[in-house]
Write a protein that binds this ligand. Structure first.
Ligand code: SF4
Length: 247
């Protein structure tokens, strides 16, 4: 039985605590969890901290986050006694981006928006994951039709690592109920109609009945993704289709 098959059989258990511990046991290399401090990521930080798992908790500080996000970041560090490492955009790339597209150029075209996400998110993520054996995310399938294509465990061919989504089969109700039963810092924006929280200029509250990610890049008819969660050709890469080797 391959390492991936072992992991997949242990991940039949719905508990993220068990899934994360199993991932840590199975892989010898560095495991990185990227948090944006949303309700899903806060649950994963809780499981990692309470389980004392050797998983690096990092964040991408784009420079355009809401003040409420910095507040919950600080509250999380104090709650768990953690220092969450921040990866920032490179100054020279930011200067070139602003020179070319303007400070709010992301509203002008999809290409300009992708250029901004690339400098502020995708490239810092590449540095955060450099050399890692696995990347843990807070993706849930029910967040959008796009994310229903994901698997609990995937082989990320482009980044040469295991992508682990331990909350993929959790619903919004499951996650809300989990938080109701635990004392975990939450971003104050969730209570103001923001189920999904990204950069301030690119996120709005949603209306009842709207898709959870409808408030992200609301002016676009796009996939509501920023380039972090797609393969090199814009496709999701599933573990059982890759044939890649686990480290
Ligand atoms: S979400 Fe908006 S501000 Fe943030 S990196 Fe993407 S385009 Fe830039």
């Amino acid at each position: 039985m391959s390492l991936l098959e072992v992991l997949e059989s242990e991940w039949a258990d719905p508990s993220p605590a068990i899934r994360l511990a199993s991932l840590r046991r199975a892989l010898s290399g560095r495991i990185v969890f990227t948090t944006s401090f949303g309700i899903e990521d806060q649950a994963l930080t809780h499981f990692i901290a309470e389980g004392e798992l050797d998983i690096d908790v990092v964040t991408l500080d784009t420079g355009r986050l809401f003040p409420e996000t910095h507040d919950v970041w600080d509250a999380t560090e104090r709650r768990y006694g953690l220092r969450i490492r921040a990866y920032h955009p490179e100054c020279s790339e930011l200067e070139a981006l602003n020179e070319h597209h303007g400070v709010n150029g992301f509203y002008s075209s999809v290409d300009a928006r992708h250029a901004c996400c690339n400098v502020r998110k995708v490239r810092p993520l590449a540095r955060a994951l450099d050399g890692a054996a696995a990347w843990v995310t807070g993706l849930r399938a029910s967040q959008s039709a796009h994310r229903q294509a994901n698997c609990l465990l995937e082989w990320d061919e482009a980044r040469d690592l295991v992508k682990a989504n331990p909350l993929l089969d959790w619903t919004r109700e499951t996650i809300v109920d989990f938080h109701a039963r635990n004392t975990i810092p939450l971003n104050a924006l969730h209570a103001r109609g923001f189920p999904s929280i990204g950069c301030a200029p690119c996120t709005r509250a949603i209306e009842p009945g709207e898709d959870e990610r409808a408030g992200r890049w609301w002016w676009e008819q796009s996939s509501k993704e920023c380039g972090l969660h797609v393969g090199p050709e814009g496709r999701f890469v599933r573990a059982n289709q890759s044939g890649g080797e686990l480290k």
